[in-house]
Design a protein around this ligand. Structure first.
Ligand SMILES: NC(=O)c1ccc[n+]([C@@H]2O[C@H](COP(=O)([O-])OP(=O)(O)OC[C@H]3O[C@@H](n4cnc5c(N)ncnc54)[C@H](OP(=O)(O)O)[C@@H]3O)[C@@H](O)[C@H]2O)c1
Length: 216
């Protein structure tokens, strides 16, 4: 699959590397596609990874992944151009830092980042995924002590075909997809990211863990 990734930071770099290793073609959409960071991404990703301007990458992608800071995300999708008919994976979390409180959601309850993105990309099929864990787990989703359990990847969206595509992309890099429901379920998945961040920062500060599903 041709995957455009807008943003080549922690999340974009980790996902792009993993998808390239799984045999996908990755087109990074960057503000400075000829810069040092772009070169490093391409070198790290190996063959199958290339760097472009945001609109060129988005045009090349069957799937467009948003891996930008929340505050830059609506601007980034505007720069991506017409995304109608494409599957758009929203990995972002609408977080803000409040002195005395710490990290918290900028908004929630009756809206979510993913629904905000969907309003900004009419005609695209937005799916919320890859937002509830740190990037370290997207770079390597293997847990040798998990007794065969695979890490869960929550997938929320209103278009069934787009969710199937995103679920396959999650499977390709080691996750067990979990259908979390329609796009409004992002209202639950975005605070779940905060829970993960708090857990990762506490005690021994270990980011190498995920949620898994035990069922019978
Ligand atoms: N960090 C995590 O472990 C993690 C896990 C799950 C979800 N998330 C969410 O994923 C998103 C990305 O996080 P991150 O840690 O990868 O951030 P990051 O390391 O700061 O990377 C952000 C990337 O977005 C690019 N960018 C910024 N503004 C842009 C714009 N207007 N147009 C296009 N690209 C732009 C930056 O490019 P420049 O280099 O040009 O500035 C950079 O490549 C955030 O919303 C975060 O909440 C993070």
């Amino acid at each position: 699959m041709n995957i455009a990734i807008i943003g080549g930071g922690n999340v974009g770099g980790a996902l792009g590397g993993s998808w390239a290793r799984a045999g996908h073609r990755v087109f990074y959409g960057l503000r400075e596609p000829l810069g040092e960071k772009a070169r490093a991404l391409v070198v790290a990703g190996g063959s199958g990874v290339s760097a472009h301007g945001v609109a060129d990458a988005a045009r090349a992608g069957d799937v467009v992944v948003l891996a930008t800071p929340w505050n830059a995300t609506v601007e980034a999708v505007a720069a991506a151009g017409d995304l109608r008919g494409k599957t758009v994976i929203d990995c972002t979390n609408p977080l803000k830092f409040t002195p005395g409180v710490g990290l918290e959601l900028a908004f929630g309850f009756s809206d979510s980042g993913a629904e905000t993105v969907a309003r900004a990309v009419p005609g695209a099929n937005v799916v919320k995924a890859f937002n509830t864990y740190g990037w370290e787990n997207f770079a390597n989703a293997k847990y040798p002590n998990a007794a065969g359990l695979r890490p869960v990847m929550f997938v929320a969206g209103d278009d069934a075909a787009a969710k199937t595509t995103v679920s396959q992309l999650a499977t390709d890099i080691g996750f067990a997809p979990f259908d979390a429901g329609g796009l409004s379920a992002a209202r639950e998945l975005e605070p779940l990211a905060l829970l993960w961040i708090r857990a990762a920062m506490s005690g021994a500060r270990n980011p190498h863990f995920t949620w898994a599903r035990l069922a019978r």
